[in-house]
Ligand binder design. Structure first.
Ligand code: BTN
Length: 259
């Protein structure tokens, strides 16, 4: 297990990771970060754990991860954003992580809407944002990140679309170094977020996303939409051209069915 001192040693950031809470096992780093945020803890605080008993995924799913193999952490941020800008935080997190993974692996890293990171077309990282709002503004956002790093085995039903960094590289990876690289990228890009400057982030995310122009299905709440993925609208929704006209979706699972 990593100690807090080890994870902080050599970390050069000004906001992200300035306070660190490290656990051997926890229910969910997002749940813990939320409790800390409610007590008013400063932004940039990070909760890290080597194992989760109730890891949360998107759309009410669980996030499973082998003990001491991967990266599981949540960061508390308090950027002064209006409610309708907060959907863009997911692109900030994805681009920061994609940059870090690219530096680290030298592989091409793709982003998939809404918040997955892919290596060689398979998901190696999921991001779960949980926001809390004041009257008009964001109060805090929990940026929860799960990265498959050194885990080699996956359930049979996941193998076709899930992977880990070590599976793609064919060797083990230094989790601490990767963690610090990610915190550094989150920190570097955070200035743009605090100032509401999302255009650079948006552009990079778009360049890393290969599904635009393809026919996709979007599964959401019991219904499935089929159409051409046209791009993102200004608040991060996915614009789909369906036989009945354009639709914008904000949640769901996208599958590309023809390019
Ligand atoms: C997804 O469904 O793709 C998002 C998964 C996010 C998982 C991470 S692991 C660390 C943090 N704590 C949680 O309980 N969930 C997020």
């Amino acid at each position: 297990m990593y100690s807090k001192e080890e994870l902080l040693n050599g970390l050069k950031t000004s906001v992200v990771g300035t306070k660190m809470f490290v656990f051997e096992s926890i229910d969910s780093t997002n749940a813990c970060a939320k409790t800390l945020a409610e007590t008013g803890i400063e932004e940039g605080s990070v909760v890290f754990s080597d194992y989760q008993t109730q890891g949360r995924g998107r759309l009410g799913r669980s996030w499973l991860s082998q003990r001491e193999k991967n990266l599981l952490f949540s960061c508390i941020l308090r950027p002064p954003l209006l409610k309708d800008q907060t959907g863009l935080l997911t692109f900030y997190a994805a681009v920061s992580i994609a940059r870090a993974l690219e530096t680290f692996t030298k592989l091409k890293v793709d982003c998939k809407w809404p918040n997955d990171i892919l290596l060689n077309g398979k998901k190696c990282c999921g991001i779960l944002l949980e926001n809390s709002f004041g009257k008009e503004q964001l109060d805090y956002s929990i940026v929860g990140v799960g990265i498959n790093v050194n885990q080699r085995e996956f359930q049979d039903d996941l193998l076709s679309h899930a992977t880990s960094i070590s599976r793609e590289l064919g060797k083990e990876v230094d989790r601490k170094k990767l963690f610090q690289t990610i915190l550094r990228e989150l920190d570097l890009l955070y200035d743009d977020v605090r100032n509401g400057r999302f255009s650079r982030i948006f552009l990079e995310w778009n360049n890393r996303c290969s599904m635009f122009g393809s026919t996709v299905t979007v599964a959401r709440e019991g219904t499935t939409l089929i159409g051409k993925a046209l791009g993102l609208n200004s608040d991060g929704g996915l614009v789909i051209e369906t036989p009945n006209g354009k639709e914008i979706v904000y949640a769901g699972d996208v599958t590309v069915i023809s390019v």
